[in-house]
Ligand binder design. Sequence first.
Ligand code: FES
Length: 74
Amino acid sequence: MYICVCRGVTDTAIRDAVRRGADRMRDLKTNLGVSEQCGICACHAKEVLEQALMQKVVAQRHFTHTHSLIRDSA
Ligand code: FES
């Protein structure tokens, strides 16, 4: 789904940027051009950014927990 129509940025592109290390609106602006023109997309882009960051944290915790279980069972 398009989040920033002016720059043709999708939610998938934002999630990919978060996987590559973006963690602020400034990063999305610099890397993807989000909200650099009309700015209407800023609120929705921030929501997608926050969701993606939350998913990244949950995935990292799951990975760490799983590895500690494997390590403890060895
Ligand atoms: S919709 Fe993103 S800058 Fe216009």
